[in-house]
Design a binder for this molecule. Structure first.
Ligand SMILES: Cc1ncc(COP(=O)(O)O)c(C=O)c1O
Length: 340
């Protein structure tokens, strides 16, 4: 069994691990032969301990671990108005006793109250974060760094991290998760043909790639569906973050463009803009499994997986694993698209 030892990195536990791996029996019964004999499993990173959960908690375990090790009293991060990362940073900071400031850009062209005030944005306030809203084209990271400098001038100890928590330190969470999945698959007697995730800020995919590479495995086992950046940019980001994470881990392995398995064909017309495939995926998962995808990330990624399975990309009898990344508060910001 390949091993990955990340014990030397400070970590603040935020979710019970390993998270479960479950078969989608209800969905399989419903879709029958159209799945071409492929078994779809889900990894439940959405059933997490605090703040309604989601993939950002694994990154925040290492980010807030590092913040605490550096003696920080405040964290500052960035995202879109409906950022799941921002909401979970607010929740985890509350639990850790850290002040939290969020710089949120209006990058999705919507001004209706569901989007601007419900879902994640509402929870940011409930968790007690200080929120700064910026225009869609603003450089939020620069604004966050400027604020961090200001707070440091007032004697505060500030730890900042980028969108999605996708710094090399944050990516450790999914390098660790790659090892966790392999060990669970071994125990379950399963061999996954593919591990699939949504890709926004690239850190989840990059963490998987770094973990697999550090364990000497084929990194194309992990595949992402890009929902934010255009394909070339998303691929470059995964590559850069995976190699930076490998360097942080102390591995000598490096990855190249052909090691990154990425598909951008289910993004639709843009980040945060609904697609028919996303709507079908969200409803199908809800109505056959009682499980929730989200409208911005996992809904589009699961639509991509369903497309691939229906198109016969995986041989009959193979098993694929879909990472449930949470993001359910986002559903409340998409009432109009999802109603009915
Ligand atoms: C619910 C959800 N799924 C998937 C992702 C994608 O993760 P990453 O930003 O690491 O690519 C995000 C965040 O961007 C998310 O909030």
């Amino acid at each position: 069994m390949p091993m990955l030892d990340l014990a030397r990195f400070p970590r603040l536990p935020l979710l019970t691990q390993p998270t479960p791996i479950e078969p989608l029996d209800g969905l399989t019964r419903h879709l029958g032969d159209t799945l071409n004999g492929v078994r779809i499993f889900v990894k439940r990173d959405d059933v997490a301990g605090i703040g309604l959960g989601g993939n950002k908690l694994r990154k925040l375990e290492y980010l807030l671990g590092a913040a605490r090790a550096e003696g920080a009293d405040t964290v500052v991060t960035v995202g879109a108005i409906q950022s799941n990362h921002a909401r979970l940073t607010a929740a985890a900071s509350a639990q850790a006793g850290l002040a939290c400031e969020l710089f949120l850009t209006r990058s999705v062209p919507r001004q209706d109250p569901d989007y601007t005030g419900n879902g994640n944005r509402l929870l940011d306030d409930v968790f007690g974060a200080t929120v700064h809203e910026l225009p869609g084209d603003a450089d939020s990271l620069a604004a966050a760094e400027a604020r961090a400098a200001e707070l440091r001038g007032q004697g505060r100890r500030v730890y900042t991290f980028p969108s999605g928590g996708s710094s090399p330190t944050g990516c450790l969470g999914y390098a660790n998760c790659a090892a966790e999945i392999l060990s669970q698959a071994d125990q379950l007697g399963l061999s996954f043909a593919q591990i699939i995730t949504a890709n926004g800020s690239a850190g989840t995919h990059a963490g998987f790639v770094a973990g697999l590479a550090a364990m000497g495995l084929d990194t194309t086992l992990a595949k992402s569906f890009a929902v934010l950046a255009e394909d070339a940019r998303a691929r470059a980001e995964v590559l850069e973050k995976a190699n930076a994470t490998l360097a942080l881990i102390g591995s000598e392995r490096r990855v190249s463009p052909q090691d990154i398995n990425l598909d951008g064909t289910h993004r639709g017309s843009g980040y945060g803009i609904p697609t028919d495939g996303m709507l079908e995926a969200v409803r199908l998962m809800a109505r056959t499994e009682g499980k929730l995808l989200d409208p911005v990330y996992s809904g589009k990624a699961f639509a991509g997986l369903l497309h691939d399975v229906r198109a016969g990309l995986y041989p009959a009898g193979s098993s694929v694993l879909f990472l449930m990344t949470g993001g359910t508060p986002g559903l409340f910001a998409y009432k109009e698209a999802l109603a009915g």
